[in-house]
Design a protein around this ligand. Sequence first.
Ligand code: BEZ
Length: 209
Amino acid sequence: MALRLGDEAPNFTADTTEGKITFHEWLGGGWAVFFSHPKDYTPVCTTELGTVAKIMPELKKRGVKVIAISVDPIDAHKGWINDINETQKTTVNYPIIADPDKKVAQLYDMIHPNALDNMTVRSVFIIGPDKKVKLMLTYPASCGRNFDELLRVIDSLQLTAKHKVATPANWKSGEDCIITPAVNDEEAKKLFPGFKTVKPYLRYTSQPK
Ligand code: BEZ
């Protein structure tokens, strides 16, 4: 059955550019981004993997590890990393899984044969410290992902894991949040003094610290 939000991220062992890993051990007890790209030595993927290397300081600040995957073999990954580093002016600083037998890709439903034959689509999984899937995104091969959006989602996920708030459309860290409907006005007065009610179901508070 396809993976769904809230499911445990399936465990696997695989070869990566930084050695063999067991996924659950690699995850440890922290947040992680697991993303697939269709193919090594392709243009959009080259820009994507370079972009991820460049935002590593932002990911580290949030305590998030990153791992990439495609169905290419390890030698291809290692050769291509040189091209990524050269053309994107960066250093790939995270592991890339080699999955030529598509074992992991199938486990995570990353192959969509009616869209892209025999390759992984652009999937993203954000996995929480409890090893559960918190976000899934699927993009076609033709569209490089917006990794700033991933940082934004991570900020929202980490905030809402701690506080009884949700984040509105286009929210960015530092902006007002929404009080979740599970919190009644009585509790909201204690938790979020000075909150604003627009409608009984639409209540705003400043971002909790
Ligand atoms: C790309 O990264 O540019 C790409 C990869 C696979 C299919 C099409 C485009």
